[in-house]
Write a protein that binds this ligand. Sequence first.
Ligand code: CP
Ligand code: NVA
Length: 324
Amino acid sequence: MTLPNLKGKSFLSLLDFTAEELLWLIELSADLKAMKKRGITQDLLKGKHIALLFEKTSTRTRCAFETAVYDEGGHVTFLDPISSQMGKKESIEDTAKVLARYYDGIEYRGYSQKTLEVLRDAGGVPVFNGLSDVEHPTQILADLLTIQEHCPGKGISDLKVVFVGDVRNNVAATWNYASKLLGFKFVGFGPKELFGGTPESHENALYTEDISCIEGADAVYTDIWASMGEEDIIEERVKLLGKYKVTAEIMAATKNENCLFLHCLPSFHNFETELAKEWIEKGVDIREVDDDVFRSKNSVVFDEAENRMHTIKAIMVATVSDKL
Ligand code: CP
Ligand code: NVA
């Protein structure tokens, strides 16, 4: 097979890549992960500089980019709106033109997909979507690697993935795109009020309120009920999504005792966070998953978190390195 050449390519949407390119990126991630476990890194990003622009908060994505780039001998600079001119005193277009003079790639996490496009078009260096209101493509690559590791012998195209809860959010939308490209079954199990948020409708995706449709799932996935920027509608979401909390009953409805539980994190699964505690004191339970499911043997959420780093490293190496 000829290796895909992704040098110089941006990753704004999962749909920016072909199925073959995505599968190759997952393979490359697995190889880089295996090498790191053996203590081998290869300076594949030596001399390369990556700018990390965050308009929304992050733990995993920021740390995954930083450690991935440092592992391979590159450097990063973290910028947020408070400590930079971006957006307030300088347009995104001008920011991109300046950064492209210093950096070999730009990661951006924020609100609009349009900002990502301006960064890519004005700067001319590869731009990576670290999450927007619309998509979270680097997340789904890590999730697919995780499922592959835990379902050996099953091809990605044979999977059935069920997203439970806020089926119109950025993570659910990216799952929809992945199923379109890679041919697996995707079920969005949630309230009909949240259907239709994803522009892509295709034969591999089904949105339903009918729990029987989750039977045979290989993976059940959920996410918080109010994404970043939507915190003020959490009470409304709790009313809509309360019955879609991932419980042992929902896991049992898959009729697959090996069904994996995935979550991009961060998660409200107990009352150990300020927000979950504040809301329960007011009588509102914002947990999208039961603690028992979150901590069950079927839960692979921390493997997913680790795989953010290996998959982001693969994307950086494939698009920025001169040595691949
Ligand atoms: N899953 C994820 O993107 O986590 P962060 O918000 O911590 O980056
Ligand atoms: N849907 C969530 C994902 C967080 C990683 C959000 O956008 O806040």
